[in-house]
Design a protein around this ligand. Sequence first.
Ligand code: FES
Length: 591
Amino acid sequence: MSERTSASEAGLVAGAGHLARRSAQWFGVSGRTGFLHRSWMRAEGFTPEVFDGRPVIGIANSFSELTPCNSHLDRVAEAVKRGVWQAGGFPLEFPTMSLGETLLRPTAMLYRNLMAMEVEENLRANPLDGVVLLSGCDKTTPAMLMGAASVDLPAILVTGGPMLRGRWRGHDIGSGTDVWRLTEEHRAGRLTAEDLLEAETCMNRSNGHCMTMGTASTMACMAEALGMSLKGSAVIPAPDAGRMRIAQLAGQRIVEMVLEDGPRPSQVLTRAAFENAIRANAAIGGSTNAVIHLMAIAGRVGVELELEDFDRLVADVPLLVDLMPSGKWLMEDFHDAGGLPVVLAELAGAGLIDPAALTISGKSIGDQVAGATSWRPDVVRSMAAPVQEAGSGTAILRGNLCPDGAVIKISAATPELLAHRGRAVVFDSLEEYLVASERDDLDVSADDILVLRYAGPRGYPGMPEVGNMPLPAKILRTGVTDMVRISDARMSGTGYGTVVLHAAPEAAAGGPLALVRTGDMIELDAYARRLVMEVSDEELASRRALWTAPEPASRRGWTRLYVDHVLQADKGCDLDFLVGSSGDTVPRENH
Ligand code: FES
């Protein structure tokens, strides 16, 4: 066949399987429409065989130099393409929005739903039969999964993998976790500015996302536990050749999935899959952010998760993985130990996950992880010798301070503070607190409870990771390293401390957090799942009568849409009109 022969002339558009395929609605038709669709693609230099009915695979790439954790995804995409070509597909890479945790202001979370919406519209609007989703930094993984779940094309998620271990002065240092520790040491006068600069240089040694069990690592593990990534995918370090191998395998597998018509996200993302992920999150010491992201993903596929699921389901799950911030090691060590399959195999052996849940490999999760063994029992422990006993995961608190719930990560807290009564010291903004926290005359003691409000989804806006605010300088200097802190904000997955997060409803939505005053007594009892301010209902009613809602941060653009429609933390912070799925059908054809 001449290279100049059109696909139509070669009879490439008439195969029965081809016509049944989604991409055939673009490339498999004759006349003007087919001409337009094929001819402009030919401008990229493709030969006509790409239109012979083979699966067209999108590679949704969140590469960006403004997202350091994702800045190597161009190379991961090349490996995916190899796999797609190898299996007889036609790969087409396209960029998505990218959300970098460290640079985006006011917070990357403000844009998670925007990225999810963009991914969803891109998948539906383009001639794709399946997609490989490339993510890395925290929000990019849930955003990809949310968008893909709503469209329900066959999809595989490949993350860029964690960075290598941070190394400084002969010790491991973990991204995020040691930023909090070292900067606090500097504030307390125990590290010089030169020390800090040296640590800054040594912490992040390679491409990849944070190598602690922060939100990026957590969500990579959640994707694998949900069944949306290939076995072992979550933990392979970014510079390891295995990262490229698994990307190539994903390229091969997505072509098979299109040819076999599934499984699709709606077949993988079942209630059983979410329950498995919630339990896996407790066993790995995962981020509190997983609560919000899993609820948002579940909302896209009609699985109704309750906040209490994140407490009830983990009550008998011990902490098995000894990683920062709850433990000692880093993701590279988790990889050495055998990765998430080992954890899932331990949980399956104890009857703590549903082994029948389907994965994108076509196998059940039980079959997939059967026989996985820990090669480093110091990093991934057995059920018989856990890092922490069952019940050390997330706890859901209720009370008159958070009638719609709040979250605390038990494994990251100081045990003595988990049941604590103290005087509230209240701040209406992080900026106000940061100035006050440096003052020696600040009226605060180590037994007080710091309250930060108006930092929720609508209030900030975007619910930033500021809930583990640094301790007041005068307290730090006494050697105290933890205090009870309460907010409607989130906390970085790399953070730690006795920190109550996600108080709902948030203060900006009129939640009771808006009514607490400095001097009120607050009782936290994480064991009894209680968070109560000792203020009478009558007094709260009179305070409410005086309360006025703050002005929204913006009256235009995305921020306005977000503030008007964002759901509260106990519902996953999706936009109300994005919950659910709309499928892959394009409403109008373009002729
Ligand atoms: Fe991107 Fe931590 S900053 S994963």
